[in-house]
Each structure stands twice: as structure tokens, then as C-alpha cells.
Design a binder for this molecule. Structure first.
Ligand code: ADP
Length: 398
């Protein structure tokens, strides 16, 4: 049997298989020639060999690892991954990966993992081929996606920071007033001491008490400045176990001047136990401040005698920490409720409309939720819900 080229009627060459068989007929030797067109068979064979080369040609990592964790196949694009594992073809992957292969085969479910190699970040899909006891590993280069996410996070942090700066700028008068109180007290005590000493009147004990007051007030001023610095400096987001009661009190101190000016009665119904959540304290205080400032704006439109602000903290039955800010101000009409958290939505003349949108982003980054409920003309209540660190809250409480 031979493979030859044949020419068709229209002049095209095509492969044929030729078989010649001798036959004896009446003592005479004859030959029977069988010619078969094998172009289709050839095409299929080529396709199979090209399919076999397919993973090798892939610009993305494709590997096969058997149950004992030996890399039995790795295409060229897997070089960075093998370098990351510190092994070569026909060698065993590190123990963690060996376990992952075993687990994938045991469960029969594909597993997805992410690795950062020298060539970039890869998402690896470990697909089990149970009957042959190996997993196929398909890599996907997600460096660009991760970079874009990082940039978006960075921009989001910048936005949160700029918004905080703008809030602080708007509150400058109130904050200056708060700072002025301990400073004025210091001046008064110091002048009093100087006068008594000059006149030779000061009892030693009395002067010491005055000095202690000066030091106490200076500490109070220092605290305010420390808090302010925390609010204005740009910092990487953190996660710290924080008592939400403390945050609420700190935020209330920052609006104290504006609240008193508007003659708003404030009630604090804070949980007796510390309400601990793992949060970025500066960012969550920013959210509380946004809610308080909105409440002050809404209450400014209410009759003076009836202006009330209620702040609550606690733990829900579902074990979530919550902060609630309730005012009996102007309230929000139904149509506006739909857009409340949209960027640039504002019903105020000079409003930016970014406060609630940024608050929502911050709370979502903490795996929490922020909700609003309102009765137009009667008031509004905002609730922030955050995952609580219950074990820590219990240990602090006991
Ligand atoms: P801004 O305060 O700059 O308008 P926000 O995003 O903080 O931006 O608020 C968006 C809008 O939501 C406000 O303009 C107001 O109409 C409404 N709003 C928010 N909080 C309250 C509240 N406590 N009472 C009434 N309306 C509110």
C-alpha cells in the first residue's frame, strides 16, 4: 500500500492511497488496483495533531498535575508559574498545591486560586479529571484587572479623603470654637495665677489647682487637634477594633458648636456595652459626621423648640453592630428617597451631593449597609449596620 498524489479532473492534486493486489486467473497474473481518496482522513489526522499541540501554543499557562502532585505537562507559558513553585516538569509542586490538587480530585469540583508570579498575577482554574486522577490547570493573566482595581481603590480613597477635607473646611468655624474653649480657659487660669502671685495673694494649694486646670485644658486642646489631624491627614485605609460609642461621641463633639447655635436638643442612647467593630475609625467617623451634618441642615428648617436629634448604638439580634441617627427635621419626599445615595444628588442650594454617596461606599467597603427611612415633614432616620467583633466586645465588657 502506498500514498501517492493524484490529480483530479479539474487539475487539483489530492492524496490517495493505492493498493495493488495480484490475482491469478487461469494461470495468468492480474493486478487489481484500489485507489482511495484520503484527503479527508489526512485532514482529520492534521486536526488531531494540531489539537494535541493546542495547549502548547497557548499564550496562557496550561498544565497537568497528577494526584501525587507531579507536573506531568506544562506549556511554555507556564515558565513563570513553575518558577513560582520552584519546580520543573516531572517534579512535585509544593505541599500546599499538592493538597489543593488532592482536594480538587476528592471533591470533583473545579477550584480557582490566585497567584502573584514574577510575570504577573494569574488566576488558576484547577479542573479535575477524576477518572484519570489528574487535574488540568488553566491560567488566566489578571494583572491588568488587579491593577485597575488597585487604581480604582486608590482613586476612591482620594475621593473619600477630599470629601473629608471639604467637610472639615465647612466645619472650620465650629471646630475653631471648640478649640477656643480650652484655650480661653488656659488664658484665664494663667492670668489668675499671675495676678495672685504678683499681689502676693496666692495660696500654694490654690495655685497648684489652677496649674492642674491649665494642664487639663491643654490636654483637651491637644486631643481636639489630634482628632482633627486624624481627620485631615491622608492615610491608607486601616481596620482596627473600635468602640462605635467612642466614635459617636467624638463626632458629636465636632458638631457641638453648630448644634448649640441651632438650639438642637440631643439625646444619646448608647449601648452600655462597648459596640466593637473592625473598621477604619476615621472613615466611619466621617460617615457619622455626614449624617449628623445632614440632620442639622434638616433640623434648621424645623421650628426651634422642636428640634431634636437622637443617636443610638447597639447590637441587632442578628449580631450586627448598628449606629442610628434620627432627626425630626424636614424629612425626605418619596421621589428623593430613590436618589438619596446617588452621587451629586442634593436638594440644598450649596450642596455637593457627595456625602451620602461616599458614606455608602465607605460602609460597603466595611461589608456593612446604610439605610434611610423618612416621613416627609416629620423627620428621618439613618441606620448604619456593620459586622460586629462580638468576641472582643464580650472580653472588653467583662
Ligand atoms: P448634600 O448634603 O451635599 O446635599 P448628601 O449626599 O449628604 O449631600 O445628601 C443628599 C441629599 O439627601 C440632601 O441634599 C438632602 O436632600 C437629603 N438628606 C440627607 N439627609 C437628610 C436628612 N437627615 N433629612 C432630610 N434630608 C436629608
Amino acid at each position: 500500500m502506498r500514498t501517492l498524489s493524484a490529480r483530479s479532473k479539474d487539475g487539483k492534486l489530492f492524496p490517495v492511497e493505492v493498493a495493488i493486489k495480484p490475482v491469478m486467473l487461469e494461470n495468468k497474473l492480474f493486478f487489481t488496483t484500489y485507489i482511495r481518496d484520503i484527503s479527508e482522513r489526512k485532514r482529520q489526522a492534521q486536526e488531531i495533531s494540531s489539537l494535541a499541540a493546542f495547549p502548547g501554543e497557548s499564550p496562557l499557562p496550561v498544565l497537568r498535575i497528577n494526584q501525587p502532585g507531579v507536573v506531568i505537562y506544562a506549556n511554555k507559558a507556564s515558565a513563570a508559574l513553575l518558577e513560582y513553585w520552584g519546580c520543573r516538569r516531572m517534579q512535585t509542586v509544593p505541599i500546599y498545591w499538592k493538597r489543593l490538587v488532592e482536594q480538587t480530585l476528592e471533591t470533583g469540583r473545579a477550584t480557582e486560586v490566585e497567584v502573584e508570579t514574577s510575570a504577573g498575577v494569574f488566576s488558576l482554574l484547577l479542573a479535575p479529571v477524576a477518572n484519570l486522577a489528574y487535574v488540568n490547570v488553566y491560567g488566566r493573566d489578571i494583572t491588568a484587572i488587579r491593577q485597575a482595581e488597585e487604581e480604582a481603590r486608590h482613586r476612591q480613597n482620594e475621593l473619600i479623603h477630599v470629601s473629608r477635607l471639604s467637610t472639615m473646611g465647612e466645619m472650620a468655624t465650629g471646630i475653631a470654637h471648640e478649640l477656643n474653649q480650652p484655650l480661653s480657659a488656659i488664658v484665664n487660669f494663667a492670668n489668675g495665677c499671675a495676678r495672685r502671685i504678683r499681689l502676693g495673694m496666692g495660696e500654694k494649694e490654690e495655685l497648684i489647682r489652677a496649674m492642674e486646670q491649665i494642664s487639663l485644658q491643654a490636654e483637651r486642646a491637644g486631643e481636639i487637634i489630634k482628632r482633627l489631624r486624624g481627620m485631615v491627614t491622608r492615610q491608607q485605609p486601616v481596620r482596627e477594633h473600635t468602640d462605635l460609642n467612642t466614635l459617636v461621641k467624638d463626632a458629636c463633639a465636632l458638631i457641638a458648636h453648630d448644634r448649640q447655635k441651632l438650639k438642637i436638643a440631643m439625646e444619646l442612647q448608647l449601648s452600655r456595652q462597648p459596640v466593637i467593630a473592625r473598621i477604619d475609625p476615621v472613615q466611619i467617623e466621617q460617615v457619622i459626621l455626614n449624617l449628623l451634618r445632614n440632620a442639622l441642615d434638616a433640623l434648621g428648617e424645623q421650628r426651634q423648640k422642636e428640634r431634636r436629634l437622637l443617636l443610638e448604638t447597639g447590637m441587632s439580634v442578628q449580631g450586627m453592630a448598628y449606629i442610628r441617627v434620627q432627626d425630626n427635621g424636614s424629612g425626605i419626599v418619596l421621589e428623593d428617597m430613590k436618589h438619596l445615595f446617588d452621587p451629586f444628588f442634593s436638594t440644598k442650594k450649596t450642596g455637593m451631593g457627595m456625602g451620602l454617596s461616599i458614606s455608602k461606599t465607605i460602609v460597603a467597603e466595611h461589608n456593612g449597609r446604610i439605610m434611610a427611612d423618612s416621613l416627609p415633614g416629620k423627620g428621618t432616620v439613618f441606620t448604619i449596620v456593620l459586622p460586629a467583633s462580638s468576641a472582643i466586645a464580650e472580653s472588653i465588657a467583662s
